[in-house]
Design a protein around this ligand. Structure first.
Ligand code: FES
Ligand code: FE2
Length: 380
């Protein structure tokens, strides 16, 4: 298990790369068969073996700020609801009434209890079935056995993780998570967008800086270096540092006093399908939810610090920074869609990820290990 470098070490590695005109290089490159992005069988295996088993980021803690706050959405085709209880704990359940299966909630909100919209069965925030209207109509009903069905859930580093496989001990995967989203970061806005791409293509786009100049000439490139990154892995996850040109100002700061705020973006890839990206005024959590082999739902949570959450309307949010990130994100989405179309061209048997793109190789290496049935604990 690799432990991530501290900020001062990352800064020095970046300054050295600037001086030497170098970037981090992985030991090897990676070739991923095009079939991995197009095969319905492979897609089904990813859902079954990885996305329903592995702990996956479901939402940021900031989306569940108080008792009764909930987020309901599908994860790997399964309706899930995560809710903060009166005891402050976050729990997750399969989002289906134990009477005749109606979904209890959708989207997000805050409730004292979940009342089924169909016949009014009522569940506490802890999932317990509290009330059944006209209960005498159900012979032998034991309410204590008809609570909402839980799924494994833990809250770590400002992120709520769920795993649909009850045999998995979620904690075991998450022991070495670095700090990700501190409590001072509050939810500014959450948005969903469907994109016509395989989910892995969208993940890959976050994990290398080799495309900064070509893809983002007017957005990120004026502020950032092209193909200059520090790439680290921790467990199945990775972290890629994307330095801003302003990092050169840190040369005048004693190494022990250097901080990275406003000097770089960290992108944390949380295996398998989520990224946390840090920006000067915002932190993004992006979950890439697979809908079909060639369609995905991007769920984006944007956090801002206390006092900077003036509006929940993204369009009205002031700040060049957020607009810039949104514009850059649109460029990444366009490329991802173009890759998906290119897969159908028949030109390639595989996609090649070079030594600048090592975090992507790490992602695929771990995905293959999981699909091949490697015992999860052995691959930490
Ligand atoms: S389906 Fe929920 S109360 Fe009937
Ligand atoms: Fe990009």
């Amino acid at each position: 298990m690799t432990i991530l470098a501290d900020d001062q070490t990352v800064v020095q590695r970046i300054l050295d790369h600037i001086d030497n005109k170098t970037t981090d290089l992985s030991e090897s490159s990676w070739r991923e068969p095009v079939d991995s992005y197009r095969s319905p069988e492979r897609f089904a295996a990813e859902l079954e073996m990885v996305l329903r088993r592995h702990p996956i980021p479901f939402c940021p803690s900031a989306a569940l700020p108080q008792a009764g706050s909930y987020v309901a959405r599908d994860a790997a085709e399964t309706p899930i609801i995560a809710v903060r209880g009166n005891d402050g704990e976050v729990r997750a359940f399969r989002n289906a009434c134990r009477h005749r299966g109606t979904q209890l909630a959708s989207g997000s909100g805050c409730e004292k209890a979940f009342v089924c919209p169909y016949h009014g069965w009522t569940y506490g925030l802890d999932g317990a079935l509290r009330h059944v209207p006209h209960e005498h109509g159900f012979l032998g009903l034991d309410k204590s056995t008809r609570g909402l069905v839980p799924v494994a859930c833990v809250e770590r580093s400002g992120v709520v993780f769920v795993s649909q496989d009850a045999t998995q001990v979620v904690d075991a995967y998450l022991g070495t998570l670095p700090p990700l989203i501190a409590p001072e970061w509050k939810l500014l806005v959450a948005a969903e967008r469907e994109v016509p791409t395989n989910w892995k293509i969208f993940v890959e786009g976050f994990l290398e800086g080799y495309h900064i100049r070509s893809t983002h000439p007017q957005t990120f490139y004026p502020l950032q270096f092209d193909n200059l990154n520090v790439v680290e892995t921790f467990g199945r996850n990775s972290r890629v540092a994307f330095p801003y040109r302003a990092i050169n100002k840190l040369r005048a700061v004693p190494p022990a006093e250097r901080t990275v705020e406003g000097k770089l973006t960290y992108v944390y890839h949380l295996f398998p399908n989520s990224m946390v990206a840090t920006f000067p005024a915002n932190i993004f959590l992006v979950v890439v939810e697979p809908l079909a082999v060639d369609r995905s739902l991007l769920i984006t949570y944007v956090m801002a610090r206390d006092g900077e959450t003036r509006t929940s309307d993204a369009a009205a949010t002031p700040g060049r920074g957020l607009n810039l990130v949104n514009d850059g994100g649109a460029e990444d989405r366009a490329v991802a869609c173009a890759i998906q179309r290119g897969l159908a061209s028949g030109a390639n048997d595989f996609l090649e990820f070079g030594r600048f793109e090592g975090a992507i190789g790490h992602f695929h290496r771990n995905l293959h290990a999981f699909l091949d049935g490697m015992p999860p604990r052995d691959r930490r």
